[in-house]
Write a protein that binds this ligand. Structure first.
Ligand code: GAP
Length: 447
């Protein structure tokens, strides 16, 4: 993890938030390369979960919602973690995370092992509370949403009425969520402000088991399609005593992070709990009437819920590699080319004799279509290494032969193979190389 954190800072993927003021714990800023990578992760999710399917649409809801939303969803009553305080070091810890939390004053010891006495566990609500308008009284209290899902549930009827979609269909959303985590930790893994990529898939009751299995498999495959090593991924079904009160089934896609196997994404069968709660609290009818079968029902919901930041971290960790002989090691991010922040680097062998101008011509020709980088500083070997380290899949070198025959050297990040290609072929070569994987598997459970 330390290598990833260092690379992220050095190469402009991720910075500590408000660093010049000493940083704000567990808050991070994405730098120029990091934002491109995260945008590509989100784009891959949006494309595969929403726009490439005919049965899912997108939504972008506001972060602040009517406070009754959180009463209905159960977040005000139940969205809490058990917390303990250490009377000696004054640390505050999650009671269920003591075995993996270090004492802030004596990091060689685990929380609670600094000879301090721990208080009894108390319940700590994780929602961030703020006030809307000029009055700071309880009537004006609102919450920063702790999940994007509820914005989808409260818009279920709006979407049904404004589209021709009928269950089974889904609504997806990507957006910020906020949780006042007691022990945020491990870089982007657990933060207090993060982005979620959530799909709520509404199905007729009775078909929920099949759709639940379908989405579990589909979501697991999504990660391997984008290059995550299958041996570092697993699907873990929750035991019945782990299930949330509303869930009929839940499974985590887990990744073998440097901190051990941890949740990357949760897939839950939320039954009709959320819609029924919003019916009860809003007094509005959120049921669906099928005018062909003349049946009225409250749909069940299958929810694959992924973290954009946690996903980005997993793609970074999984793609990180070091290879080459001891005296000539290189660091390389073997990112799937469609996720790579920069797609192709254009490198003039020399910054003179017209090679630089020719290279800039190629940059200008490709830049409207791809994320292109131009680098003329240092030896060509060092420039390749700089690109490998940030995962650029292709390097193009402009040399003296280019000026004679219009060809360039094309270098592949992973194999380091170099071939000669005409400049005129570059557009097609890059387009093919960085194309996202196309999913051709089933779009629904087998009947
Ligand atoms: N709507 C269901 C829901 O929010 P969750 O398991 O609490 O379920 C879903 O969150 C995903 O959101 C997690 O699998 C994780 O990827 C991401 N996530 C949750 N809390 C997070 C945090 N504090 N920091 C970063 N990502 C988080």
């Amino acid at each position: 993890m330390e290598k990833i954190v260092n690379l992220c800072k050095r190469r402009g993927f991720v910075f500590q938030s408000s660093e010049i003021y000493g940083g704000l714990s567990s808050c991070y800023d994405y730098g120029p390369l990091g934002i491109e990578l995260k945008r590509n992760v989100k784009e891959a999710w949006w494309r595969d979960t929403i726009s490439s399917r005919g049965d899912v649409v997108g939504l972008d809801c506001s972060i602040l919602m009517h406070p009754r939303t959180w009463e209905a969803s159960g977040h005000i009553a139940n969205f809490s973690d058990p917390m303990v305080d250490c009377k000696l070091c004054k640390g505050r810890f999650r009671a269920d995370h003591l075995a993996e939390t270090r004492c802030p004053k004596q990091p060689s010891k685990l929380a609670g092992h600094c000879d301090g006495e721990l208080t009894e566990p108390r319940s700590f609500n994780l929602m961030f509370k703020t006030h809307m308008g000029p009055m700071e009284d309880s009537a004006a209290a609102v919450y920063l949403r702790p999940e994007t899902a509820q914005g989808i549930f409260v818009n279920f009827v709006n979407v049904v009425n404004s589209t021709r979609l009928r269950p089974p269909f889904g609504i997806g959303q990507i957006g910020k969520s906020f949780r006042n985590e007691i022990t945020p930790a491990n870089f982007l893994f657990r933060t207090r402000e993060f982005e979620q990529m959530e799909l709520e898939f509404f199905v007729p009751p009775g078909s929920d088991d099949g759709w639940y299995e379908y989405w579990k498999n589909r979501r697991l495959q999504w990660y391997t399609d984008y290059g995550i090593r299958p041996e570092r991924l697993r699907l873990r079904n929750h035991e019945s005593d782990e299930l949330a009160h509303y869930a009929k089934g839940c499974a985590d896609v887990e990744y073998d992070f440097p901190i051990g196997w941890q949740e990357l994404e949760g897939i839950a069968n939320r039954t009709d709990f959320d819609l029924k709660q919003h019916i009860a609290y809003s007094g509005k009818d959120l049921s669906y009437f099928n005018d062909q079968t003349k049946e009225r029902f409250v749909p069940y919901v299958i929810e694959p819920s992924a973290g954009a930041d946690r996903g980005t971290l997993a793609f970074l960790i999984d793609s990180y590699d070091e290879d080459g002989p001891e005296n000539d090691r290189r660091t390389v991010l073997r990112l799937h080319p469609s996720l790579a922040p920069v797609k192709v680097a254009i490198l003039p062998l020399m910054k003179r004799d017209g090679l630089d101008a020719k290279a800039m011509e190629i940059v200008e020709a490709l830049r409207p279509y791809f994320a292109v980088s131009y680098d003329q500083a240092g030896s060509i070997g060092r420039r390749y290494r700089r690109q490998d380290e940030v995962g650029t899949p292709l390097g193009v070198t402009v040399d003296y032969d280019t000026m004679k025959d219009g060809t360039v050297t094309l270098r592949d990040r992973d194999t380091m193979e170099q071939v000669r290609v005409p400049i005129d072929d570059l557009f097609d070569i890059v387009r093919k190389k960085v194309a996202p994987p196309v999913y051709r598997g089933p779009l629904a459970p087998a009947a």
